[in-house]
Design a binder for this molecule. Structure first.
Ligand code: HEM
Ligand SMILES: *[C@@H]1O[C@H](CO)[C@@H](O)[C@H](O)[C@H]1NC(C)=O
Ligand SMILES: *[C@@H]1O[C@H](CO)[C@@H](O)[C@H](O)[C@H]1NC(C)=O
Ligand SMILES: *[C@@H]1O[C@H](CO)[C@@H](O)[C@H](O)[C@H]1NC(C)=O
Length: 320
């Protein structure tokens, strides 16, 4: 991050976070495993890189995994816990969240070089950052030292994760429930510059002939989704599907957002009132987008674990 505006904003913000809030949040540091597991970065990087070489989309999937972890009981790897009452089976995650096997492979390697040292929640946070970086997005120093939660929270996932069908105001509320503000909503939605979504999640806009969906894109999505079971996928960023850039925002200006919740940031009445201006800013200033994205990712990665103190899981799929 060579830009000095960026550096200044970040340093100030991280300091404010640490000085201003209860001690728990300050426990995260970039050097947490410096002496206990120096191989950590290499191992995570290696696995994310080869997974993305096999399938570029995996970078996006790992980013989303971190988001869906953090929004439920904090960033505590609760999403990784197996069991039909777990978060994996919650509506926003079932047949949708991907990347569990990549995390397992990383954890297996780590257990052989530094057993019971690195939390699964930290692995997910780091993997997400490499997913962004290897897609062409910004580098950032991930704060580490999270603990793994002891329980999953399926109803928390059903209620706390945003749906693409809900109005922008209600999405803003779900973010504010985890201390993320309207700026964070807009900038983190920019994660949809990479990755894919299934027809089932945007077919509503085709069925109702959404006037804020550009006509030729509507046509091609119509034929993509026709007669299928809802599992066919489209790129979320139809302009540059696998590249982390600010085309997501440019698309919104030309009504080429894929989900209702994407286009709504620019076109819905609530979006016009609260988020449209920022969409315009990011569409014309990719440096500002990268810089704010990093700040919001660090903020999201700091959502504190709720309830118990947590542990370092031996197997990411089960509590010790
Ligand atoms: C603002 C509210 C959000 C809504 C309503 C939303 C909704 C969705 C939906 C419906 C999908 C497609 C799921 C599927 O096809 O099964 C998706 C994919 C994705 N989301 Fe979001 N999302 C939101 C915010 C975020 C945030 C904050 C991030 C990360 C910081 C994120 C990252 C992603 C990524 C990377 C994908 C593609 C995943 C892949 O290809 O495997 N989203 N999102
Ligand atoms: C599950 O998440 C909800 C918030 O959505 C929270 O109120 C509740 O305390 C959580 N339950 C457990 C067992 O952590
Ligand atoms: C959201 O929080 C960031 C700091 O994390 C702040 O710079 C920004 O102005 C806030 N945005 C709104 C709309 O309050
Ligand atoms: C999509 O795929 C999943 C998993 O393979 C399957 O259970 C489901 O019935 C399919 N169809 C829809 C509409 O989700």
């Amino acid at each position: 991050m060579e830009n000095s505006y960026c550096r200044w904003v970040l340093v100030c913000w991280v300091l404010a976070l640490c000085l201003g809030s209860q001690g728990a949040r300050c426990q995260l540091t970039p050097n947490f495993y410096h002496s206990t597991c120096p191989q950590l970065y290499y191992i995570v990087q290696h696995h994310v890189f080869s997974a993305m070489r096999a399938e570029m989309r995996m970078g996006a999937s790992l980013l989303r995994l971190h988001f869906h972890d953090c929004f439920v009981n904090g960033c505590d790897a609760s999403i990784l816990l197996d069991g039909s009452d777990g978060e994996k089976f919650a509506k926003p995650n079932l047949n949708s969240v991907r990347g569990y096997e990549v995390i397992d492979a990383i954890k297996a390697d780590l257990e052989s070089v530094c057993p019971e040292v690195v939390s699964c929640a930290d692995i997910v946070a780091l993997a997400a950052s490499y997913g962004v970086l290897f897609s062409g997005g910004p580098y950032y120093n991930v704060l580490l030292g999270r603990k793994d939660g002891l329980v999953a929270n399926q109803s928390g996932a059903n209620n706390g994760l945003p749906s693409p069908f809900e109005p922008i105001d209600s999405i803003i509320q779900k973010f504010s429930a985890v201390d993320l503000n309207t700026t964070d909503v807009v900038v983190l939605s920019g994660a949809h510059t990479i990755g894919r979504a299934r027809c089932a999640l945007f077919k509503n806009r085709l069925d109702s002939a959404d006037p804020t969906l550009e006509a030729s894109l509507a046509d091609s999505l119509q034929s993509l989704c026709a007669g299928g079971d809802g599992n066919q996928t489209s790129a979320l960023d139809v302009t540059s599907p696998d590249v982390f850039d600010n085309n997501y925002y440019k698309n919104l200006l030309t009504e080429k957002g894929l989900l209702s919740s994407d286009q709504g940031l620019f076109s819905s009445p609530e979006g016009v009132a609260s988020t449209k201006d920022l969409v315009e800013t990011y569409s014309s200033d990719s440096e500002r987008f990268f810089c704010d994205f990093v700040r919001s990712m660090i903020k999201m990665g700091n959502i504190p674990l709720t309830g118990s103190d947590g542990e370092i899981r031996k197997n990411c799929r089960v509590a010790n």
